[in-house]
Ligand binder design. Sequence first.
Ligand SMILES: Cc1cc2nc3c(=O)[nH]c(=O)nc-3n(C[C@H](O)[C@H](O)[C@H](O)COP(=O)(O)OP(=O)(O)OC[C@H]3O[C@@H](n4cnc5c(N)ncnc54)[C@H](O)[C@@H]3O)c2cc1C
Length: 263
Amino acid sequence: MPNEYTALPDPAGLGTVRGMPRRPVSPGSEPVAGLTAPPVTDGSFPATARTRVRRADRASYDRALVHAILDEAPLCHVAFVIDGTPFVVPMLHGRVEDTLYLHGLPASRIMRHLRAGAEVCVEATLVDGWVMARSSFHHSVNYRSAVVLGPGRLVRSRREKLDGLRAIVEHLAPGRWADARPPSEPELRQTQVVAIPIREASAKVRTGPPADDPGDLALPVWAGVIPVHATFGAPAADASGERAPLPAYLAALIAGPSADPPR
Ligand SMILES: Cc1cc2nc3c(=O)[nH]c(=O)nc-3n(C[C@H](O)[C@H](O)[C@H](O)COP(=O)(O)OP(=O)(O)OC[C@H]3O[C@@H](n4cnc5c(N)ncnc54)[C@H](O)[C@@H]3O)c2cc1C
């Protein structure tokens, strides 16, 4: 019997939701195009008093860049304050257009906070390289990071809840949602999905070599960038129960973006 979840239409174009398709990430020595200054385009978020980056040469409010960082980052950190106590928790996320979806058990502190509509700060970071300078002072890291500020909204619509869960699963591995068993009704009841609008957001990017002082350039100390890559290891199949062959979409994910998918 066809399952109603799999029969859902795809009004938001979720078939194109991108999760971690480009890992391992690009080496830190490769510049990210157009990021030396915040682009002034219709595709930018406004810089607010809360998101204006002090170091403007590394800042961007470009919507596509913020989306790309959120999509490539394997996880995010969600910060919130309750009764004056700050908390930060790592979470999985998924994005659909300008909405970030998080999920969790209703009893957790973060989900109780989020479903009350309270404000959170979400951060996602990609580390692209260690920057080794000739002086200890100028050591740095090449990175791309995004910060999103906004209120949580408990997703009540069954359709949107499934869309949010699909975005989170697809973020882990594109193609997984259609392959794995869909959530049952009890599983859906045990899981809450919260939406955070991606409206007040910023990105920060550092690329390039160390910024050594001119007086240090003659020092006999190695300086440069050591690229940092995220890679997958050899998959270990679960031995309990039926064993299925590794699907092509997972093999492609493990192989990385530069390899051709296995034939
Ligand atoms: C990579 C990763 C992805 C995750 N993805 C999700 C997700 O998508 N959804 C989700 O609900 N949870 C996720 N978690 C777990 C999440 O970080 C929290 O642990 C969870 O939301 C709340 O747990 P709780 O109800 O047990 O604790 P809470 O009642 O929320 O917190 C109680 C206390 O437990 C401690 N605590 C809570 N979480 C952590 C932690 N991760 N590490 C160390 N101490 C902690 C803190 O001291 C906190 O104050 C993820 C964790 C990791 C590492």
